[in-house]
Write a new protein. Structure first.
Length: 320
């Protein structure tokens, strides 16, 4: 199969571009290197975003879920855990070959929605790459920790934001850091005065205990043992753009209307760091590709009058 367009990257930019591909009637697929969709939004999935047009307050998790549902209004393949290892151009066939570990896909056009690259959290060094079912590197909604003893480990900003909200739901909140995450001593003191319920300690964790696949307690440098039900660790994230810089594409093969970079950053292209801007770029990218591939085709009808959505519209209008 030869695709009209292959979208590389499954963050907000890529997901919205996938919807636009369907709207323009393009045979499309989306490839995402990570096991989950969402791009950088995954790193703050329970934070609230306020700069999406028409969605003044939406969590990162809900935004990604909505974008997935929107993209899948059209039957295009969305492939996760699919790292693009190389891309080359066959000038004779006018086809891009997109190589993954399993298969090489052929496509007439590319949308590069790789943003800041593949995002991976930094693991907790103490665990030596061990995994436990109650240890998470991405904070959940505070209600998920109801009546639990929660241990926060690391200086990440996500924890600074999460800790105060856990007071209302968790049984206990312990925040242990090896070095202070606050910019100033006054800022730290203000936090402690405002939230005295949080057991905040600056000292190393020397060891841990585990049972039945869960981390159950940690021992601090002062020999105090803290029993826990749930752990949220935050040590930052690693980003990698190595894939796209190693592809077999010349500058001329990238600088064509059939290759559209969208999102925050691709190579020398710097975009506005707003998700809404990525949506606009995805729309323009698909319109440009559709014009190149099908120059005589009409632009799609706006969604409010588009027959693609008649069934959905009928259900909406008849719902009680």
């Amino acid at each position: 199969m030869i695709y009209d367009v292959t979208i590389i990257g499954g963050g907000p930019a890529g997901l919205y571009a996938a919807f636009q591909a369907g709207l323009y009637g393009l045979k499309a697929q989306l490839l995402e290197a990570s096991p989950t969709l969402g791009g950088k939004v995954v790193t703050y999935s329970e934070r609230v975003i306020h700069d999406i047009g028409g969605q003044p307050s939406i969590s990162g998790h809900q935004l990604i879920q909505n974008l997935q549902e929107q993209a899948q209004l059209y039957p295009l393949p969305i492939r996760t855990a699919t790292l693009v290892m190389d891309v080359s151009y066959d000038a004779t066939a006018a086809i891009y070959n997109v190589q993954t570990a399993e298969i090489t896909y052929q496509t007439k056009a590319l949308v590069l929605a790789i943003g800041g690259g593949m995002v991976r959290h930094k693991t907790w060094p103490l665990l030596a790459e061990q995994t436990y079912t109650n240890v998470s590197y991405v904070p959940q909604n505070p209600v998920a920790y109801r009546e639990q003893s929660v241990l926060l480990v690391g200086p990440g900003y996500n924890l600074m934001a999460l800790a105060p909200h856990l007071i209302a739901t968790a049984k206990e909140v312990h925040w242990i850091v090896a070095k202070r995450p606050f910019a100033t001593e006054a800022e730290e003191q203000d936090f402690l005065t405002t939230y005295p319920q949080i057991d905040y300690q600056v000292q190393p964790i020397l060891s841990y205990q585990q049972a039945n696949g869960q981390l159950t307690a940690v021992t601090l440098a002062n020999q105090q043992t803290v029993a826990v039900d749930a752990v949220v660790a935050s040590f930052g994230y690693r980003r990698s753009l190595d894939t796209h810089t190693d592809w077999q594409l010349t500058p001329d093969q990238l600088a064509t209307p059939l290759v559209q970079p969208i999102g925050q950053q691709v190579g020398a292209k710097i975009g506005v760091s707003l998700i809404a801007n990525a949506f606009q770029e995805g729309t323009v990218a698909m319109a440009t590709i559709a014009q190149q591939l099908h120059p005589t085709a009409k632009a799609p009808m706006v969604t409010t009058h588009n027959q693609d959505f008649d069934r959905i519209n009928a259900a909406y209008w008849t719902a009680e």
